[in-house]
Design a protein around this ligand. Structure first.
Ligand code: G3P
Ligand code: MG
Length: 305
């Protein structure tokens, strides 16, 4: 059965009730919508930033072009730059705490050595997670997911990417359930989009709570030559995320036809941002959320006036 607009809208509505009513009203009242020609789907925009553009500016690992990735500094800067969503990566510490870091090992982004999973959160939080980027960032630490949720609440939406290395076959007690529990503890369900390259995590999340918003992060091997729309239907997810390199014209036609929200990573040049917006994406992950924000605002202004 092809994915219908109503089925996506229902899923989306259940996860983003405030957004939906706001956006629907915007569609009805704003004939000059910047993305009216490309975004057929009701989408979340900022919680409190009502720029009415039907498009999500996502700060990839925070404002990671300017601050060390996946740190509070990068997240706070992303918010200050007008991002509507922060993307972050999570793994589990030795004592089972969801921690915000991209790599399975510590060497690239901290002064630690070895695997994240071999250290307790207390040990991880004593590492320097900023000096690799610049001496002035030496006070940055590896945040816990909980710390980021505390910061984001009432400010900004989150895309929580569960890294493959932390995923197991188990439904209960794993990183998916721990992260979901934290999201619920802070009552952030309506403002969080989960995603993973590991389709087991995607399945587990929907099994744990069918109403939580989840995006499939395209991974070739697990996809077995299936088209995005087939994958979205099969895994019953709310959105499709992929690299801008993968998002071909053909895929754009298919996802547009099926009214599937698509978010592409990681786009830092204005030329590519424009290309992807014209191809119909619903949001872009960028290390430079300020550049994307400016571009989208300018497009909105020029089309809306
Ligand atoms: O979630 C989008 C993007 O972050 C996926 O790739 O390696 O940057 O986590 P990566
Ligand atoms: Mg990521």
């Amino acid at each position: 059965m092809p994915l219908s607009l109503s089925s996506i809208a229902v899923t989306w509505r259940s996860s983003w009730p405030l957004f939906l009513s706001f956006i629907l009203l915007t569609f009805i009242s704003s004939p000059n919508s910047v993305n009216a020609q490309v975004n057929k789907m009701s989408l979340p925009v900022s919680l409190y930033n009502s720029n009415h553009d039907h498009f999500v500016v996502i700060a990839h690992r925070g404002a990671s072009a300017y601050y060390p990735e996946n740190t509070m500094g990068a997240f706070k800067a992303a918010y200050d730059m007008g991002a509507e969503m922060i993307e972050l990566d999570i793994l589990l510490s030795k004592d089972g705490v969801p921690v915000v870091i991209h790599d399975e090992t510590l060497e690239r982004t901290t002064n630690g050595k070895g695997k994240v999973e071999d250290y307790t959160f207390d040990e991880l939080s004593r590492l320097d997670a900023g000096s690799w980027f610049g001496a002035e960032h030496s006070n940055e630490q590896i945040p816990s997911l909980e710390e980021v949720l505390q910061y984001a609440k009432g400010k900004i939406a989150l895309n929580i990417e569960i890294k493959t290395e932390a995923v197991t076959d188990r439904l209960k007690g794993g990183i998916e359930e721990k992260a979901l529990e934290l999201v619920k503890k802070y009552d952030m369900q309506e403002y969080v989009l989960f995603s993973s390259f590991d389709y087991r995590a995607v399945t587990h999340l929907k099994e744990l709570d069918v109403n939580i918003a989840v995006a499939l992060l395209y991974e070739k091997q697990q996809s077995k030559n299936k088209r995005p729309a087939q994958l979205v239907e099969e895994y019953r997810v709310d959105a499709f995320n992929c690299s801008y390199r993968q998002f071909s014209k053909k895929w754009a036609e298919q996802t547009s036809e099926a009214e599937i929200p698509v978010f592409v990573y990681t786009v830092n040049s204005e030329r590519r941002m424009k290309k992807m917006i014209n191809r119909g994406v619903s949001g872009i992950f960028s290390d430079k959320p300020d550049v994307l924000r400016q571009l989208v605002d300018n497009m909105w202004k020029s089309k809306g006036s």
